[in-house]
Design a protein around this ligand. Sequence first.
Ligand code: TYD
Length: 208
Amino acid sequence: MKGYFISVEGGDGSGKSTQIRNIEAYLRERGKEVLLTREPGGTPVAEKIRELILDPANTALTGRAEMLLYAASRAQHVEEKILPALEAGKVVLSDRFTDSSIAYQAYGRGLGDMVAEVNRIATGGKAPDLTIFLNITPAAGIARKNQQDGHVLDRLELEQAAFHEKVYAGYLALAKESGGRIADIDADRPAEEVFVDIRAQLDRLFGF
Ligand code: TYD
């Protein structure tokens, strides 16, 4: 594959959207063709699955069904959008990828190892070259998010604090075990400072 695949992970209030914009602008400045995408979603079919997953009305959705819907959305996204873009030499920048399922479904929902297994099938084994993990504790993240006016909470955001603690522990474990793929970035700082560390990771990956 000629392109590069970068994912960005982080809980609520981690500043993920801001940093994704920064990454995209930085890479474009350096002449890279960037395809910005997101999960769940990224293609018309996957966006329909997204609506189903995030709809607060779907309180009956079971943990396993949720895991499989995220994986279905991901399978569509990989085949229809990510792989062709990488073949074309683009940089694919994805707001979340498989690590989200490991953190939220394996650790958060307690579904364990089957989540990785299902996702190997969904992705055909495709993993990011670099994952930026914006590390902020759930308490600090929620406090930040509540300061943003008019934000309407989706079904996952409405989960209890204990769920978000488990998700966070999942991310920490993943970062530790990733063998360098996941860059653990302290996100509880001003955005400019956070981006300095992210930029260092991008410079290393691309050899800027
Ligand atoms: P989104 O509105 O994209 O939230 P965020 O701004 O936090 O990225 O909603 C995605 C939600 O779905 C988010 O709460 C995390 C969750 N999620 C999973 O539980 N598993 C997954 O595999 C993915 C991709 C997301």
